[in-house]
Design a protein around this ligand. Sequence first.
Ligand SMILES: Nc1ncnc2c1ncn2[C@@H]1O[C@H](COP(=O)(O)OP(=O)(O)OP(=O)(O)O)[C@@H](O)[C@H]1O
Ligand SMILES: [Mg+2]
Length: 221
Amino acid sequence: MEQSGTFIVLEGPDGSGKTTQIGKIEAYLRERGVDYISTREPGGVQVAEKIRSVILDVDNDMSGLTECLLYAAARREHLIRKVIPALEAGKVVICDRYIMSSLSYQGYGRELGGAVLDINKRAINVNGKEYWPDRNLYLDVTPEVGLQRIHAKHAQREINRLDLEEEDFHRRVREGYLNLTREYAGQFVTIDASQSEEHVFADIKEVIENLLFGGAEQDFS
Ligand SMILES: Nc1ncnc2c1ncn2[C@@H]1O[C@H](COP(=O)(O)OP(=O)(O)OP(=O)(O)O)[C@@H](O)[C@H]1O
Ligand SMILES: [Mg+2]
């Protein structure tokens, strides 16, 4: 069956606000009566959630390539079992991280380079078709701001294995993302995620409106 839904991915460094913004996007899509699913990587389906716990466990030391292969395996399961069925049913899919996370974290952060693209092209190829997002919304923040948010006392989220990487790793990840926004310019929209949650969401809403409805929301008030 042909794909007819819209595949939207939130990308960005740790603490850039992806999960926070997805909550706001969900509320907006519900309000607009859009048929959507919201999901996350790595995870979203049982096998991938199990792989996620292996990858993120602070006690698990592993080679960069092993990490890359695990992410790619989780990505494929999640794609086949959750994303593609939803797209084929015509839904909007909102996903917290996808292939660009591997290209930035493993390609640049772990310095594995082109191997990451090769592996991931296989992982997202299903029945001869590569499933790239319709749009990556890249939430750009410096590592200082992102990590400070995550380590803040009130933060809900647990610290994982990748958060504990050295400063240079996080700097390479962000540089990687910035390079990717140029290399894959047509797939990306860059959003200044150092703004307040409300301002970030206003920028995101404008992009989603254009993507789904082809223009600004009409205001009848
Ligand atoms: N625009 C913002 N300004 C200030 N703080 C924010 C902003 N957006 C999110 N936060 C806070 O920063 C922390 C990290 O946000 P969030 O979990 O949404 O980031 P994330 O991109 O999903 O991170 P990760 O990649 O680690 O999952 C949370 O405590 C959240 O409340
Ligand atoms: Mg998150």
